[in-house]
Design a protein around this ligand. Sequence first.
Ligand SMILES: [Zn+2]
Length: 81
Amino acid sequence: MSTPPSALGAQGPARKPVRLCVRCDRITDEPVVVSEVHSGSGPGFNVYACPACAPCFPPLPDVLELFEDRGGSAGAGKGAG
Ligand SMILES: [Zn+2]
């Protein structure tokens, strides 16, 4: 009955999402979102930086802070596509 959408299939090897660092203009396979650009109409986009440059940017306001009640030191999260 309730069959979950199977996103997993016989696909090729997982490719690391690479992004261009907005600061040093280098390709990084560990992009860090440093800014969110919201478009007037339509989806916005994120600005990425490499881990080395990420600390140079001010921290993003994270809505999760509102729920810091959970107080968990879980992992940094998974790569959100
Ligand atoms: Zn960089």
